[in-house]
Design a protein around this ligand. Structure first.
Ligand SMILES: Cc1ncc(C[n+]2csc(CCOP(=O)(O)OP(=O)(O)O)c2C)c(N)n1
Ligand SMILES: [Mg+2]
Length: 543
């Protein structure tokens, strides 16, 4: 047995089923150990995509996804994925190679100090220097990656440590860990605040989306009947049809949902993570905030909670609901604003304009997605429209990144969702800019035999930045580009491709793409003049 065999055995011991990556010669012992293991090694066409996939595995399952690269250049390609997982709180383990450390036969060729590079991009970065430490280090890596606040861990395995004979060392068996529930004194204080509130609102933040929390959270909302809104990443945390959803705070102020936020006197912020663009700004006169989280709140200029309920969120919310159920006559004080807010958001959702408006695109996508269908967004202008306008009914059915907010993650994250949920409809939504940053992964998706539709919104521009440029009064400059013929591009990957040619064409094209199975690229021209009309002019006037 070599060090690499011990590493792979330790990964199997953690229940790892897939490893994504691009190997180098320094990983050959690991690759060979993987060949003989129960783990499937999935080669991607860029390490960045492997990291986005592994992070999304962690996000959707709570169990760390694993990616692998060679040393220097390959490892550096993982760094954006590391930051994506760190800011997005997604458990992930990255394994990178390195030249031998016992001798230096290639001098400094390709050597980059990756442990130092990864230190600010991960929860833990560690070079393995002896096979004897592998079982405990791997267990520690998964423990650190998966425990709150989840995130990425980096392990570097030098090629000589991977190749050296390893002693028979028992692996460390993982066990379930139940974290403490909020203290009774904190529960009392929280209950007191909520009992006193005249106009309470619940806000669901990014951590509200942890996969294990869905049932307890829905229960809490149903029992107390306090209306709720969510941040972008908190979307879809409560099971649908509650009648209590007030909207999504995709902008930080002045959107219709802020009518409710501004009138609230208490916001119960569940799982808010200030990596997200602020869902509202706290100020001296605004509502009080009760932070409910796995960890204490981070204090920011725009977020400084007045009270905190810290502990395992699900059971803590159950205890809180036990204290409050049936005792909140004013729970629904702000509910009267709901219809107006949602009606405003839904305006012009079916307008027959070509190129299509973003509202129409969101509307038509919702039509073809079943309740459990998963939409994975890349980063661009449409993210604001989907966050604002797309209604979710099942937990984790709209995956977006409002933390690193990197372009290029839409397709890989959708690929991971499709791998984990082969019977559900999965749609990647990308701009023509972000799609081209990792479009090479169409080959990986096709090779894996995934059922996946990729919707590319074509405006021949970095539309989001072009919009900001215009909104801030800058000249229209430097944001446009040409594009490949996306249908021909799809065909070059031996997948199907379609272009939407009319306002009414999107829905049937998407429906046909899903029914046809396999990987299918659908390109739709988008008219972004609505960005200015609605998000700037209309909202300025309503405020
Ligand atoms: C990797 C990366 N580079 C740059 C940016 C800045 N940025 C945010 S949105 C955007 C434009 C996205 O263009 P596209 O994907 O075509 O979407 P659109 O807004 O046009 O719909 C840019 C350049 C970013 N978020 N991530
Ligand atoms: Mg674009």
């Amino acid at each position: 047995m070599k060090g690499a065999d011990l590493l792979v055995a330790a990964l199997e011991n953690e229940g790892v089923q897939h490893i994504f990556g691009v190997p180098g010669e320094e990983n050959l012992d690991v690759v060979d150990a993987l060949r003989r293991s129960r783990i499937t090694f999935v080669v991607t066409r860029h390490e960045q995509a492997a990291a986005f996939m592994a992070a999304t595995h962690g996000r959707l399952t709570g169990r760390a996804g694993v990616c692998l690269s060679t040393l220097g250049p390959g490892a550096l390609n993982l760094t954006t994925g590391a930051a994506f997982a760190l800011l997005g709180a997604m458990p992930m383990v990255m394994i990178t190679g390195q030249k031998g450390i016992l001798s230096r036969k290639q001098a400094r060729f390709q050597v980059v100090d990756m442990v130092s590079t990864m230190t600010p991009l991960s929860k833990m970065a560690h070079q393995i220097v002896s096979p004897a430490t592998i079982p405990s280090i791997v267990r520690e890596a998964f423990r650190v990656a998966q425990q709150e606040r989840p995130g990425p861990v980096h392990l570097e395995l030098p090629e000589d440590i991977a190749g050296v004979a390893a002693p028979e060392i028992p692996l460390v068996t993982p066990h379930p860990i139940d974290v403490p529930v909020a203290h009774p004194a904190a529960l009392e204080r929280a209950a007191e605040l909520i009992l006193k509130a005249e106009r309470p609102l619940v806000m669901l933040g990014a951590a509200a989306n942890r996969p294990r929390l869905a049932d307890a959270l829905s229960d809490f909302v149903q029992r107390l009947q306090i209306p709720f809104f969510n941040t972008q990443m908190g979307k879809g945390a409560v099971a649908g049809g509650s009648g209590l959803y007030m909207g999504t705070a995709a902008l930080s102020e002045r959107d219709y949902v802020h009518r409710a936020i501004d009138r609230a006197d208490l916001i119960i912020a569940i799982g808010h993570d200030t990596v997200e663009k602020p869902p509202f700004f706290m100020g001296p006169d605004g509502p009080k905030v009760l932070h409910v989280g796995y960890l204490p709140a981070t204090v920011e200029e725009v977020f400084f909670p007045n009270a905190e309920l810290v502990g395992d969120v699900g059971p803590s919310l159950t205890l809180l609901a036990d204290r409050l159920e049936g005792k909140l006559p004013r729970a629904g004080a702000l509910l009267g604003l709901r219809e107006e807010i949602l009606a405003r958001i839904a305006v012009r959702a079916t307008e027959a304009r070509y190129p299509l408006t973003p509202q129409r695109i969101v509307h038509d996508v919702r039509q073809v997605m079943p309740e459990d269908g998963i939409v994975c967004l890349d980063n661009g202008m449409y993210k604001i429209w989907f966050a604002r306008n797309y209604r979710t009914h099942v937990a984790n059915t709209l995956l977006l990144d409002n933390a690193l907010a990197t372009m290029g993650a839409g397709l890989p994250s959708a690929m991971m969702a499709a791998m984990l949920h082969p019977t559900r409809r999965v749609l990647a939504v990308c701009g023509d800019g972000g799609f081209m940053m990792n479009s090479q992964e169409l080959e990986t998706a096709a090779r894996l035999g995934l059922n996946l539709v990729v919707l590319v919104l074509q405006d021949n521009a970095f539309g989001m930045i072009r919009w900001k440029q215009a909104a801030d009064g800058f000249a229209d400059f430097g944001m446009t580009f040409g594009n490949p013929d996306f249908v021909a591009y799809a065909m070059a990957y031996h997948i199907k491709g379609s272009r939407v040619e009319s306002a009414d064409g999107l829905e049937p094209t998407l429906e046909a793409a899903f029914s046809g199975g396999g990987v299918h690229l659908v390109c739709v021209p988008v008219d972004y003049s609505e960005n200015m009309r609605v998000l700037i002019d209309e909202l300025r006037n309503q405020a």
